[in-house]
Design a binder for this molecule. Structure first.
Ligand code: SAM
Length: 280
């Protein structure tokens, strides 16, 4: 009989958030696969649990993943944890979960804290539909490109950001999504200095620029989606720009340039350009 892989969420700051079923899973496990064994040792010590800890990263050498899988095949129970929150959510775990499932080994989640969900639940922005974007590229050019691809996104967007990049990131968001787009900066969630600032992006930029404390600690940014009206106006603008460019350029050139000018999606603009050309 194969064993079982438990994917165990752990606190994102407040140790009181460790769920009882997570504690049971750690107590019953034969071993704990952890992102950082020293970090997780502290949590296990706090819980009074003594188990062998094995370092696990998605880029861990094949031998280590194979070792964990072999233990599961041999009937052992493995608890997978990351440094904080839910494993696999911008954290390691995907590779072993996928391989275990492919081999028919039972994988069971022990749900609990997740910074994205915690921030979203208290941000006061629409939650009926949302998209988790994780970390944006670290450099401004890549970040702006990624943000432009989200310019027409109507769902609430959730981002993780490093404290030393949060100001630049908010500035880029304001320039791509517009100064007036509502956003929430959720900092140090569940910890002593937890703060939530909900403001239009331009005001958030000012707050964060003026107070270096807002550039410390752990941060989730929750950003309202584009208004459908905004989207309609954008697509009118895209058609207008494409129409002008198609008078002088090929479909490919016009759609590439229109994507650059309007921040629209290149493939979608190419399709639109083909249709417009056919109708002209
Ligand atoms: N797996 C984790 C989860 O379930 O939230 C996320 C891990 S990811 C490597 C770490 C990022 O999550 C941080 O850089 C920060 O953006 C966010 N984060 C984690 N804990 C947080 C907290 N207490 N308050 C705000 N953001 C947090």
């Amino acid at each position: 009989m194969a064993g079982e892989l438990y994917v165990v969420a752990t606190p994102i700051g407040n140790l009181g958030d460790m769920v009882p079923r997570g504690i049971e899973a750690l107590q019953s496990a034969d071993m704990v696969a952890a992102e950082d064994t020293r970090h997780s040792r502290r949590l296990l010590d706090h819980l009074g649990i003594d188990k062998p800890l094995v370092a696990y990263h998605d880029h861990s050498g094949g031998a280590r993943v194979d070792g964990l899988l072999q233990a599961l095949r041999d009937g052992k129970t493995v608890a997978l944890v990351s440094d904080a929150g839910t494993p696999l959510i911008s954290d390691p775990g995907y590779r072993i979960v996928r391989q275990a499932r492919q081999e028919g080994i039972a994988v069971s989640p022990i749900p609990g804290p997740c910074a994205a969900v915690a921030a979203l639940s208290a941000a006061g922005l629409p939650t009926d539909r949302f998209t988790f974007e994780g970390f944006l590229p670290a450099k401004s050019a890549g970040r702006c490109k990624a943000l432009q691809q989200l310019a027409n996104e109507t769902r609430t967007m959730v981002f993780y950001e490093a404290p030393h990049r949060v100001l630049n990131c908010l500035q880029d968001m304001a320039s791509v999504f517009g100064d007036d787009r509502d956003a929430v900066l959720a900092r140090e969630v569940t910890k002593a200095f937890e703060t939530f600032h909900g403001k239009p992006l331009a005001e958030l930029v000012e707050i964060v620029a003026a107070d270096s404390n807002q550039q410390r600690g752990e941060i989730v940014l929750v950003v309202a989606g584009a208004e459908p009206r905004e989207q309609a106006a954008k697509s009118d603008e895209q058609q207008r720009v494409l129409g002008l460019l198609l008078q002088e350029l090929s479909v490919k050139q016009a759609s590439t340039l229109a994507a650059k000018i309007t921040g629209g999606n290149k493939k979608e603009l190419y399709k639109l350009a083909v249709e417009m050309k056919a109708q002209s």
